[in-house]
Design a protein around this ligand. Sequence first.
Ligand code: ADP
Ligand code: MG
Length: 269
Amino acid sequence: RRDTVVPSGSWAESLPRGGEVLIQNVTKSFGPLRVLDNVSLTLPSGSVTAILGQSGSGKSTLLRTVNHLERVDEGFIAIDGELVGYRQHGQTLYELKEADIRRRRTEVGMVFQNFNLFPHLTVLENLIEAPRAARGLNRAEAEELARGLLARVGLADKADAYPRQLSGGQQQRVAIARTLALKPKVLLFDEPTSALDPELVNEVLDVIKELARSGTTLIIVTHEIGFAREVADTIVFMEQGRILEVGTPEKVFNRPDHPRTAEFLAKVL
Ligand code: ADP
Ligand code: MG
């Protein structure tokens, strides 16, 4: 992949290099429902992966396992070679303590469909809270970082606004800036534009496009097929908890191996 060369002059230059994500034979059930079924994927450092698939196919659950929000039943997730747990044949072979898992979770940032900003805090306060708690920054350091990130997502003048005073697109850009404040090695986006009015989608996609050139490892669940084709190195198509197809955008969109992929694309394109 582009050898993760960051175009000079891009604000994304200051971000940390991405981590390698290894997803190995991951299975996850909720009661009798197998939501992830032996999923394996290797995402090199700095790669950009788009995950496509119908509602209910397990996309969000997969992101949640990468963020260690969801414990896997079988297999493991490793970030830069470090495991948080490993299960095989129903036996736990390795598991970190909850406090260590929480610390490791800050390496992986997640941006949600519904922004999840704190409504009672200003934009600036929303950005200051997490890095103070997670990275031990003092108030002045956290504020400097926050103002820099707000400028980068084009919202320097909104520092003192409350989330409800912003458009959905602006709120999502604040949410992205807040996640970046934790300096994650891996960034997960779960349908980041699905809750937005169509005219606000591009302002958010433009920020993600810039991040895609930064060398941070990105995993993006999206229904924006044109965006996925443009920005991703790898397209993953999921159905019923399984990965049906993995490949370059060129391959998956033009010559999918699986008829179900072609059917899905015909519906969304
Ligand atoms: P997607 O993001 O592709 O729409 P999800 O990963 O959210 O799919 O969900 C996959 C399946 O798992 C769905 O059938 C969903 O209802 C179910 N599911 C997700 N989370 C839970 C949960 N915490 N408890 C029970 N079922 C769940
Ligand atoms: Mg989902």
